[in-house]
Design a protein around this ligand. Sequence first.
Ligand code: FAD
Ligand code: NAG
Ligand code: NAG
Ligand code: NAG
Length: 498
Amino acid sequence: MSSTQAASKADFDVIIIGAGISGINAAYRVQTELPNATYTILEARDTIGGTWDLFRFPGIRSDSDLHTFGFEWRPWQAKKAYADGQMILDYMKDAAAAYGIDEKIKYHHHLTAADWSSADQLWNLEVTANGEPKTLTAHFCIMSTGYYDYSKPLDADIPGLENFKGTVVHPQFWPSDLDYSGKNMVVIGSGATAVTLLPVVAETAKHVTMLQRSPSYILVRSSNTLQERVMHAILPRWVALKLVRWTWIILPWIFFRFCKACPAASKSLMIALTKMHLPKGTKMEPDWVPSYNPWEQRLCTSPDADFFLGLKTGKSDVVTGTISQVSADAINLDDGRTLHPDIIVTATGLRICFAGAVTISVDGEKVDPSSKYIWKGMMVQDLPNIAFPSGYLHSSWTLGADASAIMTCRLIKHMQTQNISAAIPRLSLGGEEDMEDSSWKMSSTYMRRGKSALPRGGDRGAWWSRNNLWKELVAARWGNLTNGLEFVGGSRWGVGGN
Ligand SMILES: Cc1cc2nc3c(=O)[nH]c(=O)nc-3n(C[C@H](O)[C@H](O)[C@H](O)COP(=O)(O)OP(=O)(O)OC[C@H]3O[C@@H](n4cnc5c(N)ncnc54)[C@H](O)[C@@H]3O)c2cc1C
Ligand SMILES: *[C@@H]1O[C@H](CO)[C@@H](O)[C@H](O)[C@H]1NC(C)=O
Ligand SMILES: *[C@@H]1O[C@H](CO)[C@@H](O)[C@H](O)[C@H]1NC(C)=O
Ligand SMILES: *[C@@H]1O[C@H](CO)[C@@H](O)[C@H](O)[C@H]1NC(C)=O
């Protein structure tokens, strides 16, 4: 790792952007796989946690089990597989402190622009550091910025909402002093956030209605399964923890494949399961029969059937309809029905944002990521030495982000030992210019509306998009590292004063 050219020495070998769950994980991989590499983490906010610190609505919890959503290198020990936001935050802080990762984080460092210099073979990063502009340089960047806009949620697009005289809140900015005891509430939306929020606010509010345009699938899952209790009873703790993690990877994957292979049967099964949890005699149409098949959109999870408890006591209900107009004190639906909330919650989704809205350029020339293809789920065509770890839509985000982190470290190691200073994904290498965009096939509103901001997924060679867990777990550790990449020679790793 000696450097021959003083001009190309960087401040750090690797700079990670974002101290959410992906950034902490990437840091662990970098410091264990590349012990001689120097790295830092830039975080715009004042704390670790990303999503799990930003979102503060009542009942905030994971939709994924923590055995797979947590870190592979820090087994989730709590009995419950689904955890609330605070538990996830504590777990992340604890894991980061245990490995000294917390000391590597520079808080209040907001990356605004990244420019690759071909002359120096490194990234120049424009950072707003505690309000002051600053430039940092790195040989390799890992963009663990999550996938949505932190400052602006998706526009709710509800006609007349501005007329409403009561309180309107978005789950992304839940006011900590919002008092909803004894109030009537309407939660607009049918995604994971609405399904999470409903049973929790129903405990305190007078009544809560979930108002949906169309239903989603809600899968009831046990947060502490029988097989887990058996494994822990008969096996040594560390074996049980590993096995539990693998069952949480394999069983949901089998279910996902089943849904894809037998859409009609899986639809009937999901509706039958839902019916079991509803009050006797509930009509399934129109509130409980989605218009799509299971796993064409992300499934919502209801741990231990919490969602359905309030429906039974009458504290909450579900209404399916289209809003024609919101007035000062009511929501009017197309079919003539009217709701009279004191508080409206717009659980209408996230605004998709690629790479933390950073302006990315190569030698001063701006690059539009949405016109580029994704190399092996983690790098972008024509951008040297930068990885964009992303997760899965159909299983825990962290599994995908970790596959990217592992592969990134392998790539850096390969570059260091072979004296390569830049690795650049190039479409031309395999004659793959005529690919069709196959990425992000899930069809939920915010995904459809956000797609124009994201790079494209290909369909062949090294340009597959992130959808096959097994292939990627294997590819990350043992797969071909070089196909589709152009390498630029020169021994330029290492850091130094410039
Ligand atoms: C309410 C809610 C529940 C969810 N539940 C699940 C779930 O159960 N399972 C699942 O798989 N996924 C879930 N998700 C998706 C979730 O966001 C991801 O799974 C995961 O938390 C993403 O982690 P991350 O580290 O990639 O991104 P984030 O948690 O979004 O963290 C990104 C970090 O990068 C920082 N950052 C961004 N841009 C910049 C910049 N330009 N400069 C400096 N710093 C920057 C941010 O401040 C933030 O700290 C949920 C999302 C929400 C909103
Ligand atoms: C790290 O550096 C030390 C000392 O220079 C060297 O002995 C060791 O082999 C290096 N490790 C790796 C993984 O490169
Ligand atoms: C890499 O460069 C170093 C120093 O310039 C040299 O000693 C080494 O042999 C080179 N390794 C390869 C694989 O070319
Ligand atoms: C990786 O793929 C490239 C291009 O297909 C090939 O030339 C190379 O030999 C492969 N490397 C390994 C280690 O298999």
